[in-house]
Design a binder for this molecule. Structure first.
Ligand code: EPZ
Length: 418
């Protein structure tokens, strides 16, 4: 098994280029099921989750080519509508094929993704929305078996769901008639999906708001234009935290600062300054790192995907920070690993209390999910000695060229085999 060896250091410096967003690329790749033409996407990150979804499309009969961050996807040859357990179990986001497959073929079977390290993660909202659009849904032998010609409907999401919104937007694209969606997720990844579909000829109103009106084509496939995936705001936030935890000056290139509002606001509250020029952000060191209070919520609130990294950062603050995780019930798996490095963190339900200022010591720690793993890297950067982060396949799911990027910033990080 591969692991990362990371030496504690005093500071980082230099520049890092941010990749395209994994969580934007995934629905966009799934959306090519709605295309009549071969789709060319650029700035697609070369990470495991993307390769998994592309292989799922191949498995369904698509022709694909992925090289140099450019994906060419031709789904005109699709001849299967079963997304098998073997692939879906590797990545929950495979559920994003449910909406477009059903919308295009009137039938599909997608393995239920099951729970994961960060919580139970149900898909009931995806399914009830499809039922409202006249789909027949059954759960058979671990698969969602969906059938029916989709019709437009009015759907109010009980909770804001990112992939749920994306799935239903794609389902509505080829449905017959108008679908009105209320309480839709407004994450930049959802917005890009809508923009790409609108460019492909879909009549969709309200893009960027929590209320969408989609006039389905009644089965006619869309004519996609070439596009480039938006920058990964979570990868950007993770490198900003790397600069912050080492109290260094670093520069991020190819980011969209507008997508990072809540993250930058928290860094500013902690005493860091940032300089923004076009698509670059420079982080400047803080005179004194202040403690912080964070409540995770939907966009434009503070992202749950940055909670673990800010917890690592709070370990360097002068005082006690509070993090309230509101989206996922079990997203504190990194805490027990951080404790092994000497952190002082107390958990009470969904609230973590972090006492900053304690010296961290290097340790062997285990990654449990994608973002938890990046928090362990951040802590290892400032721990005394050499830490080893195990089970890094979680990191490879979502961070492109992680060691090269950290090395470019001056970190001492090596990938080794156990
Ligand atoms: C997306 O997951 C992201 N994944 C996650 O990124 C991210 O943490 C999450 O949104 C929240 O921002 C992708 O975009 C591929 P949700 P998703 O449905 O869509 C509840 C990462 O590290 N819910 O918005 O699965 C759910 O349990 C990851 O890159 C229901 O109750 O999240 C949660 O409490 C991991 N029923 C809340 O809604 C449903 O049917 C929000 O989840 C669906 C969701």
């Amino acid at each position: 098994m591969t692991f990362l060896e990371i030496e504690g250091i005093d500071s980082l410096q230099g520049e890092v280029q941010i990749s395209g967003a994994k969580n934007a690329s995934l629905p966009l790749i799934a959306s090519t099921i709605l295309a009549k033409n071969e789709v060319k996407m650029s700035n697609v990150p070369n990470v495991a989750d993307i390769k998994t979804l592309i292989s799922l499309l191949e498995n369904l009969g698509a022709k694909t080519h992925f090289e140099n961050n450019i994906a060419l996807l031709d789904t005109s040859t699709l001849n299967q509508t079963i997304a098998k357990y073997d692939i879906v179990r590797k990545m929950r986001a495979s559920i994003l094929t449910l909406g477009p497959l059903l919308s295009r073929f009137g039938h599909c079977e997608v393995s239920l993704p099951g729970g994961c390290a960060i919580g139970q993660r149900p898909i009931d909202l995806h399914l009830s929305a499809l039922e409202k659009m006249s789909a027949n849904i059954e759960i058979k032998q671990g698969y969602v078996v969906a059938s029916g010609k989709l019709k437009g409907a009015e759907i109010l999401f009980d909770k804001i769901t990112v992939t749920g919104s994306e799935n239903i937007i794609m389902a509505a694209a080829l449905a017959k008639g108008k679908t009105k969606l209320l309480n839709v997720a407004k994450e930049p990844e959802v917005v890009q999906l809508c923009e790409v579909l609108a460019d492909a000829g879909l009549d969709i109103k309200g893009i960027g708001s929590d209320e969408l009106e989609i006039y389905g084509t009644g089965g006619e496939l869309l004519n996609f234009k070439e596009f480039s995936v938006i920058p990964d705001r979570i990868e950007a936030g993770t490198y900003l935290c790397a600069g912050a935890i080492t109290n260094s000056q670093i520069k991020l290139k190819k980011v969209n600062p507008e997508h990072l509002g809540a993250v930058l606001a928290k860094l500013h509250q902690m005493g860091f300054q940032t300089l923004i020029e076009n698509d670059n952000i420079t982080l400047l060191p803080a005179k004194k790192i202040e403690p912080i209070e964070i409540l995770t919520s939907e966009y434009p609130g503070f992202p749950t995907d940055m909670q673990a990294q800010f917890m690592a950062l709070a370990l360097k603050a002068n005082g006690t920070s509070i993090i309230d995780e509101r989206l996922f019930e079990n997203r504190f798996m990194h805490v027990s690993e951080l404790l092994r490095m000497g952190a002082d963190i107390k958990l009470n339900g969904h609230i973590a209390t972090i006492v900053g200022g304690k010296e961290l010591n290097a340790a062997d720690v285990m990654a449990t999910d994608l973002r938890a793993s990046s928090a362990l890297i951040l802590a290892a950067l400032v721990a005394k000695g050499t830490s080893r982060v195990h089970r890094i396949y979680h990191l490879d799911r979502g961070y492109e060229n992680l060691e090269d990027k950290f090395k470019a910033l001056g970190a001492k990080i090596t990938r080794l085999e156990e």
